[in-house]
Write a protein that binds this ligand. Structure first.
Ligand SMILES: *Cc1c(COP(=O)(O)O)cnc(C)c1O
Length: 415
């Protein structure tokens, strides 16, 4: 079984080890295993947002739109595009993931009239299901929910639910609870032969798992920048529309940023050519600037090195779990095969909430997802192998001593 020395040796040999110092560690003792919910703050982001505030806004005032802000979204999109297997002119940074999902789902169903069923699975992120249900209902249809095992979701069951009513298939690439990865290629192929469009949520894959939207034939995608991309709380999300489809789709929130020649100020709306037509209003420049540094660091490290380390980290969690935690009534809530999961591991336990509280007091930050999931996120850019080792060691101690029983199981607002 893994010893702490072996974990330290893996850190010594880690080609990404240097990236850890690129992030702020206010408490160097803290073990942060929640980068899958909110990524750490890159040091560079402090200076960039400072410059965007003081120099660009304070000094440059409105002239900064012309000199630098107007072109910033496209520059950042160009860095993001290779991380998801897209071309720069297929990616737009804007709005939140939920809003982008809404815009693209409406665009897809409008294009697909009279097909008004949206196919999704029971492992999808609830916010996505809320958005999709609203969109389908307005189109006179509904969501068709395929019940899947969250740990071993069946691609076949999803494909078997396709028929001539389905206009759109919308799924999360990596399941937010279990971390299970869906087979994007097979699902895209099946959807295409059923003449349905695909819309992927990449929130838990981008920056952790290589994504190949082009290569797998995806039509549409959305994702957020504040998880593995370390863009900062509420930083703008992104959307992707396959180039060949851009001209055929129109989105429902028509605003001046999506208007052809926006500064002509004509009263009739004419959508811009290309990806710009999926924009609506003014981009939040300060938070976009933060997203830019987070994406830049990820691009610099390279997604294949990030994935290799992510697989090693989560595999170590699973090995240590088998050796030290099984006896305490935990069940593994994630796929055992590293190729089939993203960069977090879920441990299920009836006392999960109290256990997560005890871990936080012991200097380890996981998160909790109702009803019984403790999520351990291993963000490869700043998580060390010894962090994982120490986290499981402390968790074992919490279980052995029964200390988690000192905590209330009444959940507070944010978990
Ligand atoms: C985190 C997350 C989101 C975030 O949505 P916002 O609208 O940006 O708050 C969306 N979808 C999934 C699958 C997520 O994990």
């Amino acid at each position: 079984m893994f010893t702490r020395q072996q974990a330290a040796a893996l850190d010594e040999a880690d080609s990404l080890a240097g990236f850890r110092e690129r992030f702020v560690h206010t408490d160097p003792e803290l073990i942060y295993l929640d980068g899958n919910s909110l990524g750490r703050l890159p040091r560079e982001t402090i200076d960039r947002i400072q410059a965007a505030t003081v120099e660009e806004w304070g000094g440059g005032l409105v002239g900064s739109w012309r000199t630098t802000w107007m072109s910033r979204p496209a520059e950042i999109a160009a860095e993001l595009a290779p991380l998801i297997g897209a071309d720069p002119d297929e990616v737009l940074l804007t709005d939140q993931t939920s809003v982008n999902l809404y815009k693209l789902a409406v665009a897809a169903l409008t294009y697909q009239v009279p097909r008004s069923t949206v196919l999704t699975d029971s492992g999808n992120f609830p916010s996505d299901v809320y958005v999709l249900s609203g969109v389908a209902a307005r189109a006179g249809g509904s969501v068709r929910m395929v019940d899947v095992d969250p740990v071993a979701p069946s691609t076949k069951a999803i494909e078997a639910a396709l028929d001539a009513q389905v206009g759109l298939v919308s799924l999360s690439h990596v399941n937010f609870k279990s971390g299970a990865l869906l087979d994007m290629r097979s699902i895209n192929r099946a959807a295409q032969s059923a003449a349905a469009l695909t819309l992927w949520d990449l929130s838990h894959s981008v920056g952790a798992v290589p994504v190949d939207l082009h290569g797998t034939g995806a039509d549409l995608a959305v994702g957020c920048t504040y998880k593995y991309l370390n863009g900062g709380p509420g930083a703008p999300a992104f959307l992707y529309v396959r180039r060949g489809l851009q001209h055929d789709l129109t989105q429902p929130i028509q605003g001046w940023w999506g208007q052809d020649r926006m500064f002509d100020f004509r009263l009739e709306y004419r959508p811009a050519a290309g990806i710009a037509r999926f924009a609506t209003g003014t981009i939040p420049i300060l938070s976009l600037t933060g997203a830019g540094t987070g994406i830049g660091i990820t691009a610099e490290a390279g997604i294949s090195a990030i994935r290799t380390k992510g697989v090693a980290l989560t595999s170590m969690i699973v090995d240590l779990f088998d050796a030290h935690l099984l006896e305490f009534g935990f069940a593994l809530g994630s796929p055992r095969d590293a190729e089939l999961r993203g960069s977090h591991v879920s441990l299920r336990h009836p006392d999960g909430y109290r256990i997560a509280q005890a871990m936080i007091d012991d200097g380890v930050v996981p998160d909790f997802r109702a009803p019984d999931v403790v999520r351990l996120g291993a963000a490869p850019l700043y998580t060390r192998f010894v962090d994982v080792w120490d986290a499981i060691d402390r968790l074992r101690d919490i279980m052995e001593s029964g200390r988690f029983r000192d905590y209330s199981d009444q959940r507070s607002g944010v978990t």
